[in-house]
Design a protein around this ligand. Sequence first.
Ligand SMILES: NC(=O)c1ccc[n+]([C@@H]2O[C@H](COP(=O)([O-])OP(=O)(O)OC[C@H]3O[C@@H](n4cnc5c(N)ncnc54)[C@H](OP(=O)(O)O)[C@@H]3O)[C@@H](O)[C@H]2O)c1
Length: 302
Amino acid sequence: MLCIFLVAIVTGGNTGIGFVTARELARNNAHVFIASRSKDRAEPAVELIKKETKKDAVEFLQLDLKSLNSVKRAAETFLARNLPLHILVNNAGIAATPFEKTSDGIQDQFGVNHIGHFLFTLLLLPTIKASAPSRIVNVSSMAYTGAPPAGIEFEKLNDPNAYTSFQRYSQSKLANILFTIELNKRLSGTNVYCNSLHPGVIKTEITRGVVANWGTWLNPIISIMSLFFLSPDDGALTQLYCATSPEIEEKNLRGKYFVPFGEVIEPIAQGKDEELAKKLWDFSENLIKEKLGDDIFSKSYA
Ligand SMILES: NC(=O)c1ccc[n+]([C@@H]2O[C@H](COP(=O)([O-])OP(=O)(O)OC[C@H]3O[C@@H](n4cnc5c(N)ncnc54)[C@H](OP(=O)(O)O)[C@@H]3O)[C@@H](O)[C@H]2O)c1
């Protein structure tokens, strides 16, 4: 893997597999932005990466995916630097959290895992296209297979009684795969390679949501189970593969769904439903326009 002079953004790059992804991109000479919600959690990560890799081009970019205005500001802050953008890893996520809404009134697992990343990606898209060959990597989960039969039930997304928190996570992770499919279609004819993946079952802080939901009595059980989980170093391999492997371009791998370690598999029916993917795109675009105004995407399709 060689990333000389490449610029990368990793959302949620301060911990878990996002941290490893950011660290390895930096180690291989990419200029890396850790896009995270908390300065207090991101700055130690930036310093640790600099220390471990002996590379200085690692920066914190303030991004709270729970707020569309924060997402917009993050994109604007990055774009103001007039840098290219070769690699965007949409990695940040929350799982099975208690029902809450984002500051824009969107159910938070769907808002953080999908809507925030949808907006962030589209605002950065002109730069990503201008920097091609470039990559967009959407970190999903095999938990998408737990979505209800209709896939994403748009009208029930904000209903606290409609689903369990696991099913809300499943729908948000299905959204990551469907976003990849529709974005890939719209990127046809460009040298932007957009893929999604399940990284494995990994020992990270992702279990925070489950504990917040059901209590700390789960911690000893999670500790025992996590003896069988992948390490973050191994868990980051599939997204690093999608972000950097020359094979992605050599084999023209686009709109695909990867599993550990860098293997392409066919998703189940819901994960390749092109009609649902288009419906999700329109729904997401309209929802964001409703919150931020009609001209929010005016430059995204340039
Ligand atoms: N671990 C697994 O077994 C597993 C399995 C399948 C898929 N995944 C996926 O892998 C990705 C990375 O998860 P992980 O396992 O590394 O979990 P993690 O250790 O909990 O890391 C999640 C990252 O997302 C960030 N984040 C959460 N909410 C955010 C927000 N509102 N704005 C910006 N950043 C936010 C977190 O920031 P803070 O540190 O500030 O909270 C953290 O940096 C997720 O998309 C997850 O769905 C993980």
